[in-house]
Design a protein around this ligand. Structure first.
Ligand code: AKG
Length: 693
């Protein structure tokens, strides 16, 4: 705790006049020598004002965001979606000063003093606590040192949750400015060594936008004194350090016996005051200190709409823009560009010229006469299931059926040139879907670790509402365009074909999710196991090739949940899971009531401990397929979604820049509001019905 020597009102007034917020400063000199008490600034002693009582800021941030995703997409020096420091190749590029930056944090109009955060954790109340030593050899502290050593300016974003600056911040995340790393040192925090650093605003001429509204302009750079802080050499280790704290100079060499000791050899208190000379220290303008990126880059100026290769490229969907009107960071949420929210209305619409199949398929011929079926499990991939291959049953397709015992089947209808080239077949559909204005866009994931994380593909939903992975608005199927209805025809055929062979009646699809993949897009392991869905999911691939994999879910593979390691109550003990024999034996005993649940648990873990050779891990894929242009895949059986998960990745390289995946499901009407049912009703013309040719 700080020793307060002045009244809180006086303290705050003094702080504001100096542009000081947060922890206070004292004049240099030793406290023993009797300092000027009036300069004692101790705002910690007063209850922090409620946010709305903080003073307004003087200007507007040059860029801002309400979520981390658009911020990281649009600000290249802070392409960081979790954590507070963006480092790359050993250099620190950007810092986020958000909630609790820990003890002795400090921000004023030109200076920021913070810590690297390494070796620290948030406690139950969200307070940052150091839990391990952090020395200079960690990647993060090397990066901070490198930015100082190599004169790389560091961009800073301030979060609304920040309570050190004590200003009313306009947005959740606000770009401040570029700073130089002026000093890096070690301290002891919560008993552990921590790395701290001091940032100094690069442009000292201009008033900072986050300065208090109406506060005086900063001193012109030509009139500043640029006096260095006091420094002293340690008598024990001979190292020289600046004096940072009013309470006294301290050696900052972690290997010295006098590290972090006050001149009288005692440990310093937790709350210390910054020495005024240390806070007043500024560097003269130095042209060598430069940022790597523009503070707010103008990505729009480098987009070439006339080149489809650039429109569908990774950079084109990974990079956000900053709205030129309201300065909001915008992710590429729309198929055809960037749009700001309604209050601003800014749009940058790309012409989205159609891309040819030739441009996205990297094979000698765009389609083969007969597709070679790729199935070679290889010696290491013994978990892969061998499909039953039938070239005759639904010619000209080859049909591959993968059996997942106890779960269901995956049927792959492999297309070829004859199928793809037919009028209104896959080749035509690929062009037609590009020409149709489908309204594809990226939606926030419903179960994301970071708020606002967007689905990695562009999506639009037709028919009955479906929103397991992303909440996508659904459009009535009756109003869908011709190519979408033709796709519905194909998927209805595939659904029947894959399920009738098992002697069951198919539930005809009444929903269609269209996904558009650009270069390098992928959908990570997930299942489509929403309880509103029937057991069959059929999909059509158009355009670039993709790889689809299926694997058993972690808990069914290992028998227990990840993290909390709770045993699965009704363990199906599927084929391919480890320790299958004894797991089946124990399950039998549990099912026959020879074991209580508690006895089962004890026996299970005892057996598991004996099997030292099988540590818990993610299941390896049991199905790996290549999804080529025109192929259809049908996953059938409730167990496929319950026990298995699937992922799809666009082929890397080879120009694989555009793929459509159209997936049809049967949404159970009884599970959906009746008012939504009409959306799933549609009638195909004779021409739109597909019969497998
Ligand atoms: O891209 C695909 O082929 C399938 C997409 C998918 O996994 C899904 O819609 O759940």
């Amino acid at each position: 705790r700080l020793t307060s020597l002045a009244s809180p009102g006086l303290i705050q007034a003094a702080g504001r006049a100096l542009g000081i917020s947060g922890k206070g400063a004292r004049n240099s000199g030793s406290p023993e020598a009797g300092d000027d008490d009036k300069m004692d600034v101790d705002v910690e002693d007063t209850a922090p004002p409620a946010e709305e009582e903080y003073p307004d800021v003087d200007g507007e941030p040059p860029a801002w965001a309400e979520d981390r995703t658009p911020l990281g997409d649009a600000i290249p020096w802070f392409r960081k979606f979790q954590g507070g420091m963006h480092t790359k190749d050993g250099v620190l590029y950007g810092v986020l000063i958000s909630g609790d930056a820990g003890v002795r944090s400090y921000i004023d109009d030109e200076i920021i003093i913070t810590r690297t955060g390494g070796g620290s954790e948030k406690d139950a109340e969200g307070k940052l606590t150091q839990v391990a030593d952090q020395k200079d050899d960690t990647a993060i502290s090397r990066s901070v040192n490198n930015s100082m050593k190599f004169n790389i300016a560091v961009g800073v974003v301030i979060g609304k949750k920040n309570k050190i600056l004590k200003r009313k911040l306009p947005h959740a995340f606000n770009v401040m400015d570029y700073f130089r790393v002026a000093y890096v040192w070690h301290e002891r925090i919560d008993g552990f060594i921590a790395v701290r650093f001091r940032l100094e605003k690069l442009d000292l001429e201009e008033k900072s936008w986050w300065a208090e509204k109406g506060s005086p302009a900063p001193l012109k750079t030509g009139r500043r004194k640029y006096v260095k802080p006091n420094e002293r050499k340690c008598g024990a280790c001979n190292q020289t350090y600046y004096r940072i704290y009013y309470q006294g100079w301290m050696c900052l060499n972690t290997s010295c016996g006098r590290f972090w000791k006050l001149p009288d050899g005692t440990d310093p208190p937790v709350d210390l005051d910054y020495d005024q000379k240390w806070l007043d220290w500024r560097h003269e303008a130095d042209g060598r200190v430069q940022p790597h990126y523009s503070l707010v880059p103008d990505y729009m100026s480098v987009i070439d709409d006339t080149d489809p290769n650039s429109t569908y490229s990774r950079t084109s969907w990974k990079n956000g823009i900053v709205c030129p009107n309201c300065k909001q960071c915008l992710s590429r949420r729309f198929w055809d560009g960037w749009r700001c929210d309604d209050s601003c209305g800014f749009r940058r619409v790309l012409s989205m010229q159609a891309i040819s199949l030739r441009a996205v398929i990297d094979d000698y011929e765009v389609a083969p006469i007969r597709r070679a079926i790729v199935f070679d499990p290889g010696p290491k991939e013994t978990a892969l299931i061998e499909p039953k291959i039938d070239d005759l049953y639904c010619q000209p397709y080859s049909r591959l059926v993968y059996d997942l015992p106890g779960a269901g089947t995956v049927t792959h209808f492999v297309a070829n040139r004859e199928i793809n080239e037919r009028p209104n077949g896959p080749n035509d559909l690929f062009v037609q879907l590009q020409q149709a204005n489908l309204g594809l866009r990226r939606y926030p994931l419903s179960q994301a670790v970071v708020n606002g994380t967007l689905n990695a593909q562009f999506a639009v939903n037709y028919g009955m509402p479906y929103g397991f992975v992303v909440a996508v608005d659904s459009l009535p199927l009756s109003e869908a365009c011709d190519p979408i209805l033709r796709v519905m025809g194909r998927l209805t055929w595939a659904t029947r074909e894959a399920t009738q062979t098992e002697g069951r009646t198919a539930l005809v699809p009444n929903e269609l999710l269209a996904l558009g993949y650009f270069e390098d897009m992928a959908i990570n392991y997930h299942d489509d196991g929403e309880d509103t869905l029937g057991p069959t999911i059929a999909s059509l691939s158009l355009g670039a090739m993709a790889h689809k994999s299926l694997r058993m879910k972690y808990k069914y593979y290992n028998g227990f949940t990840k993290g909390s390691r709770k045993l699965v109550r009704h363990d199906p003990v599927l084929e391919g899971c480890p320790n299958r024999e004894w797991r089946l034996e124990l399950k039998q005993k549990l099912d026959n009531e020879e074991l209580t649940w508690a006895a089962y648990e004890a026996a299970w873990w005892a057996k598991y401990r004996e099997t030292k050779g099988s540590p818990a891990r993610d299941a390896p894929p049991c199905i790996k397929t290549q999804l080529h242009h025109g192929d259809l895949v049908v996953m059938h059986g409730d167990g496929v979604q319950k026990y298995y998960e699937h992922q799809v990745e666009l082929e890397k390289g080879g120009g694989a820049k555009l793929r459509f995946a159209l997936t049809a499901r049967h949404v159970l009407p009884e599970k959906i509001e009746e008012s939504e049912w009409p959306k799933g009703q549609f009638k195909l013309t004779k021409d739109q019905v597909y019969n497998g040719n």
